[in-house]
Design a binder for this molecule. Structure first.
Ligand SMILES: N[C@@H](CCC(=O)N[C@@H](CS)C(=O)NCC(=O)O)C(=O)O
Length: 195
């Protein structure tokens, strides 16, 4: 299996999940010009042009974070219970993060005009408050064990730090705890992002 990734991008969530799940994988970095580290045209591999993309051993390509993270969980039997409320809450949370939080970071990545950034910041403030409420005093977002929602939340909070977007204290503590998880340390090191 190959994970196409960009350092620190949302593909970092899949990278952490692959390590946490114990699934063997290779990594291929993709740069801003859509070239892979081994010199290929990424658009020829994934016409959508974005990471993450997961290539199976038979060459089949799977895209979209939500699908890839569920695939990793399904293959490993980890990070997502087969049934029960924790499963549905994890999927609910991951959907919220991918569709209601991730898109509001775009103005910061593309250095949009200030009013656009201010609007996005407002949305992010409200949505991170919702996430903080959901987290409560639990060690992980949904349960007392890591689910596929956690690596993704970790990436969203790392971006918040990077762009100076304040988050509730509870989420700051969560970010610090996640940073110390062995799978997170390993993924950050492999992506050249370890402090
Ligand atoms: N809908 C996709 C979005 C993925 C996405 O936005 N990837 C970003 C990195 S976080 C990317 O590759 N952006 C570069 C581009 O769109 O050209 C998913 O959920 O996987």
């Amino acid at each position: 299996m190959i994970l196409y990734y960009a350092p620190g991008a949302c593909s970092l969530a899949d990278h952490i999940a692959l390590i946490e799940a114990g699934l063997p994988h290779d990594l291929v970095a993709v740069d801003r010009n859509k070239r892979t580290a081994d010199g290929r045209d990424f658009l020829a591999i994934n016409p959508k042009g974005y990471t993450p993309a997961l290539e199976f051993d038979d060459g089949t390509l799977l895209t979209e974070n939500l699908a890839i993270l569920v695939y990793i969980a399904q293959q490993s039997g980890k990070l997502l219970p087969a049934d029960g409320l924790v499963r549905w809450r994890a999927l609910e949370s991951l959907t919220f993060l991918t569709t209601e939080i991730h898109p509001h970071f775009k103005p910061f990545f593309y250095d949009a005009p200030q009013p656009e950034k201010a609007k996005a910041r407002q949305m992010l403030d409200r949505r991170f408050a919702t996430v903080a409420e959901q987290l409560g005093d639990k060690p992980f977002l949904v349960d007392d064990r890591m689910t596929i929602a956690d690596p993704y939340l970790f990436v969203m909070l790392s971006w918040a730090t990077m762009f100076g977007i304040g988050v509730p204290e509870r989420l700051g503590d969560y970010l610090a705890r996640m940073k110390a998880e062995p799978s997170v340390v390993k993924a950050l090191t492999a992506e050249g992002l370890a402090a």
